[in-house]
Design a protein around this ligand. Structure first.
Ligand code: SAM
Length: 295
């Protein structure tokens, strides 16, 4: 591995820097992040008052302007203008990596489309921190950000993810942690392995591992600590055991119709699946393009 220590490189004009900041522990700011935030002409921050505290702590006096979810399209146009004039701009969010459940995508998308240089100064993000502490497989995962706030759409989204065989990572607000875990139990099954990470990198960091049912019970209990910031990681659906297979009825019929006459295919499908022969016969006729007929 070749490392480059180039924190004293000069900040380049006309460049958009995407700079990660801590998710709770100030010690996680990188030397390069500090260098870039010192050197750029402008810092575009999600909440200027919040970021002003971080910057004051780091002794950084660079001009700050706001880019948040309600003004980001309009602000992006102004920032692209500054970049076009040769100014350098750093984008930061309230915590962690910008654009990870945070503003910044329209700006970076437009900068890339316009051919303006974009440099990312990587650093903390809650999703990777929680995933690495979850004890769940990290080789493949999906990041789902925040689930919908309302129960119906939230369960629908979980349903859409139910069969995925990879770890999934969710951000969740403290006042929805119990409802979200409850819906996960209902939709994904209480046995599924999961973890809840709370207040990562902060003084009261806590990690909980167990089945979804256990975690739901833990956070539903009277007196449970439900304040703070949360990431939920859930194991992927496991492959069916070797002595059990799952197959769609249509797929089974199609495979059998490819090698057997219709009646024999229907008898075999009924024998394998235990489904009613009549229903399978009607479906086999439809699949083979014949008009349904009574036997
Ligand atoms: N951009 C951030 C990142 O890179 O992780 C995420 C911003 S998003 C608006 C805020 C959510 O991230 C929180 O509601 C929580 O789900 C998660 N999060 C951020 N910091 C966290 C922390 N220290 N511990 C646990 N979760 C955290």
């Amino acid at each position: 591995m070749d490392y480059t220590l180039s924190i004293d490189e000069s900040v380049r004009p006309g460049t958009l820097y995407v700079v990660a900041t801590p998710i709770g522990n100030l010690g996680d700011i990188s030397a390069r992040a500090v260098h870039v935030l010192h050197g750029v002409d402008h810092i575009a921050a999600e909440d200027t008052r919040h970021s002003a505290r971080l910057l004051a702590h780091l002794g950084i006096t660079t001009a700050l302007s706001s880019v948040h979810e309600h003004n980001e399209r309009a602000r992006s146009a102004a920032i692209l203008g500054w970049l076009g004039e040769g100014k350098s701009v750093a984008l930061i969010s309230d915590a962690g990596t910008p654009m990870i459940s945070d503003p910044g995508y329209p700006l970076v998308n437009a900068a890339v489309a316009t051919g303006l240089p974009v440099v990312v100064v990587p650093g903390p993000t809650a999703l990777v921190t929680a995933l690495c502490a979850s004890g769940l497989p990290t080789d493949r995962f999906v990041f789902e950000g925040f689930l919908p706030a309302r129960g119906g759409p939230r369960r629908q989204r979980l349903q859409a993810l139910a069969r995925l065989d990879v770890t999934r990572v969710f951000y969740e607000a403290p006042h929805r942690i119990v409802a979200a875990l409850g819906d996960m139990v209902d939709v994904l099954g209480g046995e599924r392995r999961a973890s809840v990470a709370r207040e990562l990198t902060k003084r009261h960091e806590s990690l909980y591992h167990g089945s979804l049912a256990e975690l739901h019970e833990k956070f539903s209990a009277p007196g449970a600590e439900r304040r703070g910031e949360f990431v939920i990681c859930v194991a992927g659906a496991s492959a069916p055991p070797l002595d059990r297979i799952e197959i769609e009825t249509d797929t089974l019929l199609e495979k059998l119709l490819g090698i057997l006459p219709l009646r024999q295919a229907v008898d075999t499908a009924a024998g394998i699946s235990g489904l009613r022969r009549n229903a399978l016969y009607q479906r086999a006729l439809e699949l083979s393009g014949d008009t349904p007929a009574s036997e």
